[in-house]
Ligand binder design. Structure first.
Ligand SMILES: [Zn+2]
Length: 328
């Protein structure tokens, strides 16, 4: 009988029988196509050599696993110049050569793999009528065809790790679509140069501030504009501020320990921050403390301003912060 809506098949294939086995439905399928093209020379041939049976798993039907008993044929290739004398009938709409899963089942397994993981997919699949191991599931993901890398105008490049802290490659992102377009196995200038030379339409390169990508983009895409990406700008700013605060905290501790030590004349340190906070919360007490500190040589001098709610801390250097105390 021809294929049914419950089990659609490509043209030229028909179902000859359906039987129930212990763990699945067995569906016998036979090809009745009059000819098949040779995979090498593409010349159709109708000279049948022999036939044999393949047993791929198919998508489940009403929750029941389905195994196809597919009879395929072998043909002679009559083209004298073709090195392939006998070839197997190809059924690309249904089954890839040597595959034990039909194409539609392979696609479903890949979707499960992308949505879950190896072990998770292995636990989920039987509930959907698919019996598959985590190894097969993960292997199916390797069979997904990677789309060809298109020409891009704005590209971002950064590190990605094979293993964090040990081995890194380079990741390239199309910043127009925000999609990953390529992975380079290495993080070297040469690999980056090769990639940019293969993609000459790049106009803008967003990269970090390291030398590898600067050199790679400069050599591989000399006409492209290079910009430092926002993440690295913010990270560098955060590192600089953190470093400044750490150094300032050290100076504050040393200033507390020795009041007679010499004060930096120009550098704004945590002293400013500390006394600004003090003046904001307790202007009277802070004025006393600041006045004591002024006894040292080169130390900041404090003075009271005439207006009531405002105090200022004067420094012998050019650094003069002005702090307003809260109203009483
Ligand atoms: Zn041929």
């Amino acid at each position: 009988m021809p294929s049914t809506p419950l089990l659609p098949l490509p043209d030229g294939l028909e179902i000859t029988s359906v039987s129930k086995a212990s763990e699945s439905l067995l569906v016998r399928v036979t090809s009745n196509r009059p000819s098949s093209p040779c995979p090498l020379c593409s010349t159709p041939s109708s000279s049948i050599h022999s036939s044999y049976q393949r047993k791929p798993m198919d998508l489940p039907c009403t929750g029941q696993p389905i195994r196809l008993l597919l009879t395929v044929r072998k043909f002679f290739c009559r083209v004298a110049s073709c090195p392939r004398k006998v070839f197997t009938e190809r059924l690309p709409e249904l089954l890839e050569p040597f595959s034990r899963l039909t194409t539609r089942l392979r696609t479903a397994v890949q979707d499960i793999g992308f949505a879950t993981c190896g072990k998770g997919g292995e636990r989920l699949s039987p509930k959907l009528g698919i019996r598959i191991s985590d190894t097969t599931l993960l292997w199916s993901l390797f069979l997904v065809k990677i789309p060809a890398v298109e020409q891009v105008r704005v590209v971002g490049i950064d590190d990605w790790s094979w293993r964090r802290g040990q081995r890194y490659g380079s990741i390239l992102v199309n910043l127009g679509t925000h999609k990953i377009i390529d992975l380079l196995p290495e993080r070297t200038v040469e690999s980056v140069v090769d990639w940019f030379e293969a993609h000459p339409k790049v106009e803008i390169v967003s990269r970090d501030r390291g030398g590898t990508y600067v050199d790679g983009a400069t050599q591989g895409a000399p006409l492209a504009i290079q910009v430092c990406d926002r993440w690295h700008l913010l990270k560098n700013l955060g590192d600089a501020v953190e470093d400044f605060l750490v150094r300032a905290k050290i100076r504050l501790a040393s200033s507390r320990g020795s009041r007679k030590s010499s004060w930096p004349n120009r550098e704004p340190t945590a002293f400013v921050f500390y006394h600004s906070q003090a003046l904001s919360t307790n202007p009277g007490a802070s004025s006393t403390k600041v006045g004591d500190l002024s006894a040292g040589s080169g130390a900041p001098s404090a003075r009271s301003e005439s207006h009531q709610n405002c105090s200022s801390v004067g420094f012998s250097s050019q650094y003069r912060p002005h702090v307003c105390a809260p109203a009483p």
